[in-house]
Design a protein around this ligand. Structure first.
Ligand code: SF4
Length: 519
């Protein structure tokens, strides 16, 4: 997300380049809204930023302020209607809103909005009334549901009602607003232009448009920027729980998160990984690009030479973000090609940032063996992903996560590696230089700091049930108590709920409850 208030600049072009720098955060759709003080115009479409905009569309977006978004869908279909910014309005003005994150109380907000319109969402103005299904459109609808309220007053009333992860950038004809949830799960920063202000998801986007970093938008803060300058209001007390996965994978390495360089965090994760999971080998190599900083750290700490064993096609999107399984499986062959002369006969340590479904690593290990590798030792700079994310990352349902129900050796066998080592949770957290109690680690630990959605059906997480060892604290979701499943039942058939993952038997068991059924 990107927003700019700068009367002397070409705000649409600044926003275009800001979004271009943030393309890694979402590749499904892109949009920009601009205002010249009298009318607000939105241009959006499905596709990458460079596919959606050209010179003529940017030239039509005139004004002194702009906001923009590149979409990565977590709720709502991947479609033109659900592209952002979303639009809403009252007789007093128009509102455009962009959202990074995911709300967990959409069902409740839907009811509140319907009540305000006599029981029907169809009576809502703006995109909700036209069938936009995203949590973002609901927020836009709530912000514009009272004709008599200013947008700033509406924001101070609506923002405390939202639960989950939300970094928001929105505007009306005169003012750019930025707001961040009390936990500050997703990043959002404020920058200064010579004659204007910028807000962006990451500091790297400020660098690219020539803005200087001022500070983060604080968790629980609403900023307003217009001709009267910058105003800050607090709508909730901060309770910081930044997403640790931003440090591991999501943010650009040249971004700084809460004072810590993402690149440095990743190098340190690699050093930590070398200390926790040493191995005798001839070369340390990354899965490019996301494994590169950790591979540098691993090589430095282990003394094993660093080398590049794979060439990446830089123009293919990151496979983790591609929405369908078919595209993901094609992805590895489209984007990585081994350097056979470098790999042949060598014992390799291959560093990657995470394993989600395991498809990428499985294809990668096979590719390296075919290229002549003597041994392939996989090291991962985050712990096993065992839990879904409800705060803006579309990992998978629990049933799709390869680490769900498998121990490390099962996963090693599943991906075909000679050995496999994951960094510990404490090693990962130490590398971020953040306090453990100020981070979300839920996808690794199962401890959800802001709760989980009341409407689980929307996320399909109850598809399988898993054994959970509960603590005495009712808010503690417990830890997964992994059991090796019995091979067959008395009839010689696999028991119900047991599936095979590349030759390894995984199970859901067996009368136990899922963590998400907790109070
Ligand atoms: S569950 Fe994982 S990806 Fe989601 S916010 Fe928490 S740490 Fe980040």
């Amino acid at each position: 997300m990107f927003g700019v208030w700068a009367p002397d600049d070409e705000v649409a072009k600044l926003t275009y380049f800001g979004l271009y720098a943030l393309q890694h955060r979402g590749q499904e759709a892109a949009g920009i809204a601009t205002s010249d003080g009298r009318s607000l115009l939105v241009f959006k479409d499905v596709g990458l930023v460079a596919q959606v905009f050209d010179e003529s569309s940017l030239a039509s977006l005139r004004g002194h302020l702009a906001i923009g978004h590149c979409r990565y869908s977590t709720t709502g279909r991947s479609s033109w209607e659900n592209a952002q910014p979303t639009l809403g309005g009252t007789s007093g003005g128009t509102v455009a809103l962009a959202h990074n994150g995911n709300l967990i109380n959409s069902a409740e907000l839907r009811e509140v909005l319907a009540e305000r319109h006599g029981g029907s969402l169809r009576a809502s103005t703006g995109e909700v009334g036209r069938g936009n299904t995203t949590d973002t459109a609901l927020v836009t609808g709530l912000l514009t549901s009272d004709e008599d309220q200013t947008l700033e007053a509406a924001a101070m009333e609506v923002l405390p009602m939202l639960r989950g992860a939300f970094s928001l950038v929105f505007c009306d004809e005169q003012t750019v607003y930025a707001a961040r949830d009390p936990q500050g799960v997703r990043p959002l920063v404020l920058g200064r232009l010579e004659r204007g202000w910028v807000v962006a998801s990451e500091t790297a986007a400020l660098d690219i448009v020539g803005a200087s970093f001022v500070r983060e938008v604080e968790p629980g803060e609403l900023l307003a920027i217009d001709e009267q300058g910058l105003r800050s209001r607090r709508f909730a007390e901060p309770d910081r729980k930044g997403c640790v996965f931003e440090y591991v994978y999501l943010a650009r390495p040249d971004t700084t998160l809460n004072g810590r360089s993402v690149h440095e965090s990743r190098v340190e994760m690699g050093r930590q990984l070398a200390a926790e999971h040493p191995v005798e080998a001839d070369m340390v190599m990354p899965t490019p690009e996301s494994g590169t900083p950790a591979a540098i750290g691993y090589a430095e700490a282990s003394g094993i030479p660093y080398g590049a064993g794979l060439v990446k096609n830089a123009y293919v999107g990151r496979t983790f973000i591609a929405p369908s399984q078919t595209i993901r499986q094609l992805g590895i062959r489209l984007k990585l090609n081994p350097l056979r002369d470098v790999i042949r006969g060598k014992r390799l340590v291959v560093i990657d940032d995470s394993i989600v479904r395991g498809n990428t690593q499985r294809a990668l290990v096979r590719m390296l063996r075919e290229a002549g590798a003597a041994e392939v030792h996989v090291r991962i700079s985050s712990p096993p992903v065992r839990w879904p994310c409800f705060y803006g990352i579309d990992f998978a349902t629990r049933a799709e996560l390869v680490a769900n129900g498998l121990n490390t050796d099962d996963i090693r066998a599943s991906i075909g590696a000679d050995s496999l080592g994951y960094i510990s949770e404490s090693g990962m957290v130490t590398a971020t230089e953040q306090r453990q109690d100020q981070l979300c680690t839920a996808c690794f630990s199962g401890r959800y700091p802001i709760g989980t959605p009341e409407d689980h059906r929307a996320t399909d997480v109850l598809e399988l049930e898993f054994p959970v060892r509960r603590g005495s604290d009712p808010t503690d979701v417990g830890t997964l108590d992994v059991q090796r499943m019995q091979e067959t039942d008395s009839e010689g058939e696999p028991p119900a709920g047991v599936r095979d993952v590349e030759g390894v038997r995984v199970g859901s068991a067996l009368g136990a409850s899922d963590a998400l059924t907790r109070p």
